[in-house]
Design a protein around this ligand. Sequence first.
Ligand code: FAD
Ligand code: NAD
Length: 402
Amino acid sequence: MSKPKVVVLGAGYAGLVATRRLTQQLSAEEAEIVLINKHNYHYESTWLHEVAAGTINPNQARFMLTDVVNPKRVRLIYDNVTEVKREDKRVVLENSEVSYDYLVFALGFVSNSFGIPGMEENAYAITDIDSSRLIAEHIEYQFAQYSSSEEKHDEQLTIVVGGGGFTGIEFVGELADKVPELCKKYDIDRSKAKIINVEAMPSILPMFDDDLVAYGKQSLENRGVEFRIGTAIKECTEEGFVVGDDHELIKAGTIVWTGGVMGNPVLSESGFDMFKGKVNVGLDLRPEGEESIFVLGDCSWTMDPESGKPFPPTGQLAVQEGAKAADNIVALIRDEVVTDFVYSDKGTVASLGLSDGIGNVLDGKKLSGKAAAAMKKVVDDRSLFLVGGAKTVLKKGKFRPF
Ligand code: FAD
Ligand code: NAD
């Protein structure tokens, strides 16, 4: 009998952890392993706000897949997945097709504009290395252009960010560090460059207690970030966001949407039952009725049996799901029973630039300021270690011995 073929879609947190664990647990005689990813590198999605602000180099946030996966053991295919034909167990790629016995679906998130008119056409979104680098380059171009033009329009220096969730707030935190640097570089008065965050709900970062939110907001305001809270974005034009019931236009030279994400559209292309942009999976991480498909990370909702709500979709969750899916595939191949996923919450930290942050860590302890910023770097290096191992942390980590 031919050996089973395990195909992993996506080399993000969930897919790369699953692939590495499968190679550790299965011998080459037991299974063939295939990893399919758009690029020949993995990027740290959790560092993209820094790439987008230009506070880290894009190359620090990515590494080659061949540095962490043995191409003799894993067949690496660099291509775009367009559809999964579940009825005949085939994955359709832009340039070829691949059959599978077991499938790990881990293609991550895309930006969700919720149908707001003009958003997709006129706003940037932080979704991968290239889209993030483009934002940083666009911002720098605006400053350089302003500085060299005769007739100056100050709105060109305004950066407006739609959405005050984690991504929006971490991004404005980086901008609060970057904008003074750009002003100095291009000889621009700091007071002319605005950073505006627009949030529809009554508070930014509603997952944190009020005292931490107040600390974070004040810290960002002190560094020049303006907030428009309780202000819904109704439309996005080439000039900026149209907000509120009176349709006020907030003009900006850089418009970034961080108002929400959803699972990869390949899910709906493949006919999965969708719920709020993702697929519901059981605690074995398979959608109902699927014996051989695991849907992980930002592509799925996994219900927390304790709270009755889905676990928040984070890198932390994706890493743990990747490991569990690998264990369950090994169990299926060896005719053993699959087991339930148990989430281990390591806490949550939001950075507010290089040296500030807020967070709740393991035992429910609250952190703010430099301690939270340091903790965020520990968290970043830990996730880098889990996907890339110790050598990658030495090369790309935030705490480096030089
Ligand atoms: P991803 O890590 O996004 O990986 C998906 C992979 O699939 C990528 O390699 C992509 O290139 C590939 N891919 C996509 N489409 C295709 C296709 N059609 N064909 C082939 N390959 C494809 N979470 C935390 O826990 N802590 C944080 O501090 C944190 N910070 C964040 C900061 C930002 C700016 C953002 C945007 C998110 C952050 N998150 C954080 C959330 C976290 O990044 C996601 O939950 C996590 O990346 C999900 O992992 P994943 O494996 O599902 O997908
Ligand atoms: P999100 O959905 O968490 O936040 C989006 C924000 O945009 C919300 O506050 C929402 O009220 C606001 N919004 C939506 N529509 C709006 C409108 N029309 N006008 C104004 N505001 C509007 O999305 P995100 O911040 O991109 O985060 C996505 C996921 O990634 C989350 O699960 C988050 O936990 C995770 N993440 C985690 C971290 C971290 O742990 N440090 C960092 C980034 C992202």
